[in-house]
Write a protein that binds this ligand. Structure first.
Ligand code: ZN
Ligand code: ZN
Length: 275
């Protein structure tokens, strides 16, 4: 028991430490970029109101994601493929399986990105519905939207959103090796779309999600709050009629319309269950 507890804490610390270099790089990059191209000029990100809450999410969400993903991978393989032994799981997930795993890694990455984004587009819309909003409200609760706000997700949102989408793509056969490359890129891109930058990306706004595209999604429901659901490819919003980037305008005023919404990390985690 003691041995397991120690190895659990070692893994948690390793996940935390692994996050430090990319966090420092992103902090430096967005500090410089925002000083030139702020979408909403004001105080720097480290002086924002709920910076402690953001930091808690930033460092603990990767740890929580890791365990939720491992759990769902094990359950998925057992339920769908009747694989229940440790060796069986290792062999099954080691390098993917079936025809998709035979494709070059780059092709698998493209399929992973497209498949994942289609799943996430629809789960994101589901989380904006009446039943699930209480979990997703956490993500929209930042009033000073900055790159560091990117990891604000309730674990339920995380589990039924990006974790489920990742696992679905691995269960259809994609090699987990794609995550080694795409993992850090996804973190960087997610920080980028939340960054306080006035970048519309010009004609590329339909190709890849950028800061102005996603910052609109964090505005009120009667502005862009019920639009721009795509995580990576805005073309999905164009296809499904939810693309919103009014010309010559920049988003402002973010957050949710709920009085007394908790500002702390622990307060937000329990809020969906007690309100
Ligand atoms: Zn949303
Ligand atoms: Zn967001």
């Amino acid at each position: 028991m003691m041995q397991e507890l120690i190895s659990f804490f070692v893994t948690v610390s390793q996940t935390l430490v692994k996050n430090i270099p990319i966090s420092l790089a992103l902090a430096a990059a967005f500090t410089v970029l925002t000083s030139f191209w702020a979408c909403n000029p004001g105080r720097p990100w480290w002086k924002k109101n709920d910076i402690i809450t953001d930091l808690c999410y930033w460092f603990f969400i990767p740890v929580i994601t890791r365990y939720l993903r491992i759990g769902l991978l094990v359950v998925g393989a057992a339920l769908i493929f009747q694989i229940t032994t440790a060796e069986g799981l290792v062999a099954f997930y080691d390098n993917g399986h079936g025809p998709l795993a035979a494709l070059p890694l780059v092709a698998q990455m493209i399929i992973f990105l497209l498949g994942e984004d289609i799943i996430l587009y629809w789960t994101h819309r589901w989380f904006h519905g009446a039943a699930m909003w209480k979990y997703h409200a956490v993500h929209h609760s930042s009033e000073e939207l900055e790159w560091i706000s990117a990891a604000r997700f309730h674990p339920i949102n995380l589990f039924l959103g990006s974790v489920a989408a990742d696992v679905a793509m691995l269960l259809i056969g994609i090699s987990p090796n794609v995550l080694v490359v795409l993992g850090p890129l996804t973190i960087a891109h997610s920080a980028f779309v939340h960054a306080n930058l006035d970048w519309t990306l010009g004609p590329f706004k339909y190709v890849i999600a950028g800061p102005v595209f996603h910052r609109w999604h964090h505005t009120a429901a009667d502005r862009g709050g019920e639009k721009n659901f795509a995580a990576t490819f805005p073309i999905l919003d164009v296809l499904f009629g939810t693309f919103y980037m009014p010309a010559g305008e920049l988003p402002d005023r973010y957050g949710i319309d709920e009085r007394g919404y908790p500002a702390s990390f622990q307060g937000q985690l329990v809020h969906p269950f007690i309100r």
